[in-house]
Design a protein around this ligand. Structure first.
Ligand code: DCP
Ligand code: CA
Length: 405
């Protein structure tokens, strides 16, 4: 089964200080500068928290609460260094890791067997390799994993599945939900809503009227409904789309020529997507006419695509819908959006057309060996430069023997 695991290090900065200096272990360590220097507490060891010290309070206040506290200025490069080691270690458990902050990450893992054992193995590796402790929240929802990781901190492991929400989450105070700060807690309390269950049982229009859209989101969260997804660095904003565009050397009106360029663009986009192990669920066509009037036309597709054939089929429909021949084309662009990691998706046996994937894999192997335009869709040939004197680019004919390709 597939799980979202939220890993959150315990008293991160303070624990790193205690690791570096064994004399500090078991002592109330407060990171954030000297008291009286108008600095704020970044974090405190659990020994100091017993005195009421917490992140964000002034160091002077912290000293008043905990006079025996050991105040340290902190060393951000040490903390960052440990953070990188943590992400690396987590990637040994699953290739899909989303760093969420300096000491938090989400792991998207397919677990065969007992998920608590899997979680304990992660905790043990963190302890033995980093000399630090972590707390884990495990769920079939990313949001719930985040919500439950602090439930038994420090060194805690909590499993909270969507199906456990009424029994395990509803009795808890509403502020245990991520997204409920002090202000929202007060607003909810004024409506007589103090537990997660109270929130889940509220009438949605009432909540929406009082809290607006954030209220709607919280109502769904309280019922174990969310659509958060774990996004690895390769999928994050810079990789939101993979696209190519091309300014034509002359304005074009003729369907077959424009389609040839379009096909060539689709091959390029497809090649890049497959190299990045990405497939997309949305295709966007960009057109600029000879008067520099630019339009975009998008279509969300019923399944993930990454092959040149699939991209071209979708792009061609969009192109025809624009009735481009009335004004002509000066620039053409194609981009694939709503990307997903195909290594992972394929692992889950989702949505891929096997035949199309196999032929794409063959094309990739040939192009890797003989250069990017060695083989491709016949349709794009018109758009490609011909090598002088050399053979015209072959149309797609999978060789009978693929050994050595
Ligand atoms: N941090 C900070 N300023 C804050 C909050 C946090 O500089 N106001 C830093 C110090 C923390 C680190 O970020 O060690 C991680 O923040 P957490 O909120 O996860 O707190 P801790 O890891 O310290 O404690 P916990 O065990 O509660 O997660
Ligand atoms: Ca933490």
């Amino acid at each position: 089964m597939r799980y979202a695991i939220h890993v959150d290090m315990d008293a991160f900065f303070a624990a790193i200080e205690q690791r570096a200096n064994p004399a500090l272990r078991g002592k109330p360590v407060i990171v954030g500068g000297r008291p009286g220097s108008r600095s704020a507490v970044a974090t405190a060891s659990y020994e100091a928290r017993r005195f009421g010290v917490h992140s964000g309070m002034s160091t002077s206040e912290a000293q008043r609460l905990c006079p025996q506290g050991i105040f340290l200025p902190g060393n951000s490069s040490h903390y960052l260094h440990t953070s990188v080691k943590l992400y690396k270690l987590l990637r040994e458990f699953s290739p899909r890791v989303e760093p969420a902050s300096i000491d938090e990450a989400y792991v998207d893992a397919e677990v065969h067997g007992n998920v608590e054992d899997f979680g304990r193995r992660i905790m043990q590796r963190i302890e033995s390799e980093l000399g630090l402790t972590a707390s884990l929240g495990i769920s079939d929802s990313k949001y719930l994993a985040k919500v439950c990781s602090p439930f038994s901190k420090p060194r805690g492991l909590t499993v909270l599945l969507r199906s456990d929400v009424p029994l395990q989450l509803w009795p808890r105070p509403v502020q245990c939900l991520y997204g409920v700060g002090e202000k929202t807690r007060e607003q909810l309390a004024r409506m007589g809503c103090t537990s997660v269950g109270d929130l889940a049982r509220m009438k949605l229009p009432d909540l929406q009227g009082r809290l607006g859209r954030p209220g709607v989101a919280l109502w769904h969260y309280a019922r174990g409904e969310d659509c958060w997804s774990i996004i690895t660095p390769g999928e994050s904003p810079n990789a939101k789309s993979i696209g190519h565009e091309h300014t034509l050397h002359e304005d074009m009106f003729e369907q077959s020529r424009v389609e040839a360029v379009l096909c060539d663009l689709c091959e390029r986009v497809s090649r890049r997507a497959r190299r990045a192990h990405m497939a997309g669920r949305r295709l966007v066509l960009k057109l600029r006419d000879p008067n520099f009037y630019t339009t975009s036309h998008g279509r969300t597709l019923p399944r993930l695509i990454d092959s040149a054939e699939d991209l071209f089929a979708a792009a061609r429909v969009l192109l025809q819908e624009t009735r481009f021949w009335r004004r002509g084309v000066r620039l053409l662009g194609v981009s694939l959006q709503k990307l997903s990691d195909t290594q992972h998706t394929r692992q889950l046996c989702l949505e891929f057309d096997r035949a199309s994937r196999q032929s794409s894999a063959v094309v990739d192997r040939i192009n890797r060996k003989y250069g990017d335009h060695a083989i491709g869709l016949a349709r794009s040939l018109e758009a490609k430069p011909r090598r002088r004197g050399g053979p015209v680019f072959p149309s797609f004919q999978p060789p009978s023997n693929l050994e050595g390709v």
